[in-house]
Design a protein. Structure first.
Lengths: 318, 290
């Protein structure tokens, strides 16, 4: 009953998302696209950390791998931009599985440590001179923004490159969220949560712990890789130093702010890491990070389940 | 041969710094079973304090001592204010709080002292009797200082009543509490020492790598490798691990892979130790009862 009554809300929400880019400036559209991209990355990290209970401080590395995959395929091999996204997902899935093997033996802190090391080492690996013919070294790779296939205007605003990208990103975001929802609310999702909460009981009930943990890592990395690929296409530029350890940390911030183990939380988290730094930046260059740090610690004390935790609590009490 | 010796000796100097960072990590891990991800930025911040004190006009060694005291007090305060409430919280909460601290220290260093690279003075003479072509004055001095600090810490833990209480609190908190040791305060003192040892590492490495807010991130990684190699619950192990890692890093850099991939070497070391021998060389094997 409740589900049926809600459909007009969803229609209005959907229409709003489709019309919104024609009501705001190109640059704001670009920021919205980035926010959606971050939401996909946060969803990936949340599958691993929120649902799987494995801590990763290195998801920026998978975002980088996804981004570089897309950039290299487009720049060096001339692949159409949409075709790079499944490839980035596949490559990151494999990279995630590889990282998942040590993760099997390591719990908690040690995994955090290993992934932290990965995040710190990533920019240096991307700069490595023997890969330079592919990665472009320190300079990175400059891409062309895809041109929209059709021309039209709405409210006097043309369908610009950024608006076209927004729709592409929106479509991928919707697909990724549906995949995540189906994955997490089904049998596999229950297995992932069971492995997090009661590994011994889960094992006794026939869940293969090793396979589940490894696959969780792979899927999580694949989501983040898709986000990375979209990010590279949208920004039309990749360079090693944009994928430093602080990118991984901002993903962690986003997940914590949005709410661990919550799918819609990823949107709030993404909005936070996309727009709060913009506001705080006006105070000083370091201010965004100080704000992040304070939020991280304060949330751990006050609202360990993030924004979605607060919303759910309200809902239950009314 | 001479070049080889040179690499080994300079590896020992770096190793001393890694050992100090590793020891700082171990001191916190031993008593709380948490890995302090903020250790590097705490040390950087302390080094900035030392830099500011020297700028004000204090002589180097007075600034050095003052920084140690400030770092110690800061470490104790951090444990009492920020970490005590989450002492018993899940691992994820703790990791997030540490990352929060990392980010805050990094941002505050940047805000107070701006992001330009600063030259940090070295207190050691450039020429002298013991200084030869194998050693620069700073290398010799820095090795001596880090080793002295390590010996001081070990003597403190081994020979003083507070050191004994700290070891008891780390080894068996419940029994320690029963015999009247204030376990929580012992953790705080451990934090203080860790912060102070970290600040020594920062001040010794700053003349080599120059001072900027991200100065310690690579060194922290090698500190992690040192602590893991020696066994993360063994203070002596971390010192030996630090020296091994330092020499290994220099030899690999000089003869095998070049200097561009130093952080990757640390990453490979960390993952390899964790997968092949998670207890390190001298660590206890952890057995969990199910």
């Amino acid at each position: 009953m409740n589900q049926l009554n809600r459909w007009p809300v969803w229609v209005i929400f959907g229409l709003g998302l489709l019309l919104l880019p024609f009501l705001i400036k190109d640059f704001r559209v670009f920021q919205l696209s980035l926010m959606l991209i971050y939401a996909i990355a946060l969803l990936g990290l949340n599958i691993l950390t929120g649902y799987g209970g494995q801590i990763s401080l290195g998801h920026g590395a998978f975002y980088a791998i996804g981004g570089y995959c897309a950039a290299i395929l487009m720049d060096r091999f001339g692949l159409p931009y949409m075709a790079t996204i499944p490839v980035a997902a596949a490559v990151c899935f494999v990279a995630g599985i590889l990282m998942g093997f040590p993760a099997l033996r390591l719990g908690g802190h040690y995994l955090a440590l290993a992934t932290f090391a990965l995040a710190l080492a990533m920019p240096q690996l991307l700069k490595f001179k023997h890969f330079e013919s592919f990665t472009g070294g320190v300079q990175g790779i400059i891409l062309m923004k895809p041109t929209p296939p059709i021309e039209f205007s709405l409210f006097g605003q043309p369908l610009s490159e950024d608006r076209w990208l927004y729709f592409m990103v929106l479509a991928v975001t919707v697909i990724m969220f549906v995949i995540a929802r189906n994955l997490l609310e089904g049998r596999i999702g229950r297995a992932i949560v069971a492995v997090r909460d009661q590994p011994i009981a889960a094992g006794a009930l026939g869940v293969n712990l090793a396979v589940t943990k490894t696959i969780t890592f792979g899927v999580s990395a694949a989501f983040t890789g898709v986000a990375g690929a979209l990010g590279a296409i949208t920004v039309a530029f990749v360079a090693p130093d944009s994928f430093n350890v602080f990118l991984s940390i901002s993903f962690l911030v986003g997940v914590v702010v949005g709410g661990l183990a919550s799918i819609p939380g990823a949107i709030f988290g993404a909005a936070f890491i996309q727009f709060v730094p913009n506001i705080a930046d006006q105070i000083s260059k370091s201010a965004p990070w100080a704000v992040y740090g304070v939020f991280l610690i304060a949330l751990m004390y006050l609202a360990p389940n993030g924004i979605m935790g607060i919303i759910n609590r309200r809902r239950r009490s009314t | 041969m001479e070049a080889f010796l040179l690499q080994v000796l300079s590896g020992v100097t770096n190793g001393g710094i890694y050992a100090a960072v590793g020891l700082a990590l171990v001191m916190i891990y031993q008593s709380t079973h948490h890995i302090n991800f903020a250790q590097g930025e705490m040390a950087t911040f302390a080094t900035y304090i030392a830099w500011a004190l020297i700028q004000v006009g204090l002589p180097y060694w007075i600034a050095f001592a003052a920084t140690l005291v400030i770092a110690f007090a800061g470490g104790v305060a951090l444990q009492r204010i920020i970490l005590r409430p989450v002492e018993k919280a899940p691992v994820l909460t703790n990791v997030i709080v540490f990352i929060g601290l990392l980010v805050i220290f990094n941002a505050v260093s940047g805000m107070l002292f701006d992001h330009t690279i600063k030259v940090f003075p070295s207190p050691f003479p450039k020429e002298g009797m013991l200084i030869s072509k194998y050693f620069s004055g700073h290398q010799l001095g820095s090795t001596l200082v880090t080793l002295t600090v390590l010996v001081c810490i070990f003597s403190f833990l081994r020979f003083t009543p507070i050191g004994l209480a700290m070891r008891a609190a780390a080894l068996n908190p419940d029994s320690a509490r029963l015999v009247g040791i204030k376990v929580s305060w012992m953790l705080a003192i451990g934090w203080g020492f860790a912060a102070a040892v970290g600040s020594v590492a920062g001040m010794m490495v700053a003349p080599i790598v120059f001072l900027d807010p991200n100065m310690m991130s690579g060194i922290l990684l090698y500190g992690f490798a040192a602590a893991l190699l020696g066994g993360i619950d063994n203070p002596w192990g971390s010192v030996v691990g630090g020296l091994i890692v330092g020499v290994l890093e220099n030899l690999l850099g000089a003869y095998v892979i070049g200097t561009e991939l130093k952080l990757t070497v640390a990453l490979v070391l960390i993952v390899a130790i964790l997968t092949i021998k998670p207890d390190g060389l001298f660590g206890k094997t952890v057995v969990t009862r199910v």
